[in-house]
Design a protein around this ligand. Structure first.
Ligand SMILES: [Fe+2]
Length: 309
């Protein structure tokens, strides 16, 4: 069975540089219903669920995001009246959701002429499920991965912006730090660079690496899934942007990736070595939280506070 379909001309001319529409067969899948997702929400550690009020604007300031005083599973079960937005993160850690995400990406890999995800350069495959009330808005932000976003239930308008010249989101804002809130500055004049995908169940879109976007749910509750991966190029860029954020935070702003290739190589090697020391500790939620707090400050754990009224 084909899970994901892309027009071959889009794969040839747009992938991976520009967004394009996709079609998929995941709507109605038993793992992507409200009861199944409520069960999944109960099983996830606290830092793998994020939620807040759905009544945001594209330019919502992080400090003005409304919190919701409900347990994640309860939000999912009551999403039709909760006026909330919720994301279940890293759901591919559950083998059943991993199988869904990988089946979709394997179709994309095969359409590109590859037999496996690894051969296609689809590394570090992750999946995120979004459950949102009618009219909820995900404010303007960037993600540091490539993404096939699939609409499962309800309607969404997905607004994605060309930022290749960094006029909308500058290099500093693209740097990666857990201390940064996801929401970015947005003004209505950005709209001249927008491409808007209007999606119902069965629709989806490809979102290129670090292309800014904001998303609005239609008049009914919505279930969507982001299936993400990182190419070798993206993995390297992310290490550089994480290293540059650390150096900038300590008073040493760095040139954009690609400007100084030798310095880039040194930073990537140092970051890789440091990360390999820390990675075994990150298997426990308690240690992940302690590490984020120790290295990036209290702001790095901002999403833990959202459940409080
Ligand atoms: Fe996103």
């Amino acid at each position: 069975m084909i899970t994901l379909e892309v027009a071959s001309e889009d794969l040839k001319s747009a992938y991976p540089a520009r967004p394009f529409p996709v079609r998929h067969a995941l709507s109605g899948h038993p793992l992507l219903t409200l009861p199944a997702l409520a069960e999944l929400a109960r099983s996830l550690p606290g830092d793998r669920v994020e939620f807040n009020g759905g009544d945001c604007r594209p330019d919502q300031r992080p400090e003005d995001v409304r919190s919701v005083d409900m347990a994640p599973a309860q939000i999912v079960e009551r999403i039709e009246t909760a006026n909330a937005w919720l994301v279940l993160k890293r759901v591919e850690m559950d083998p059943r959701y991993r199988a869904l995400a990988e089946a979709a990406l394997l179709d994309l890999a095969r359409q590109r002429g590859f037999a496996t995800l690894a051969q296609a350069g689809f590394l570090d495959v992750q999946a995120f499920v979004f459950v949102s009330s009618a009219n909820a808005v995900t404010p303007f932000h960037v993600d540091h991965e490539e993404n096939v976003f699939v609409q499962i239930h309800g309607d969404k308008r997905f607004h994605v912006y060309d930022n290749e010249d960094r006029a909308l989101v500058c290099e500093e804002e693209l740097e990666i730090s857990p201390a940064k809130h996801r929401n970015l500055r947005y003004t209505p004049d950005y709209e001249v660079r927008a491409r808007t995908f209007v999606m119902s169940g069965g629709d989806g879109c490809f979102v290129p690496y670090a292309w800014p976007h904001w998303v609005q749910t239609g008049g009914a509750f919505s279930i969507s899934m982001a299936i993400t991966w990182k190419s070798p190029r993206v993995l390297r860029l992310n290490k550089l942007r994480a290293a540059n954020a650390i150096l900038r935070d300590r008073g040493f702003p760095q040139a954009a990736p690609g400007t100084r290739p030798v310095a880039d190589a040194v930073k990537v090697a140092a970051y890789t070595a440091a990360r390999s020391l820390v990675e075994p500790l990150r298997r426990s939620e308690r240690l992940r939280r302690a590490l984020r707090g120790a290295f990036f400050g209290a702001k790095a754990n901002y999403y833990y506070r959202q459940g409080k009224a």
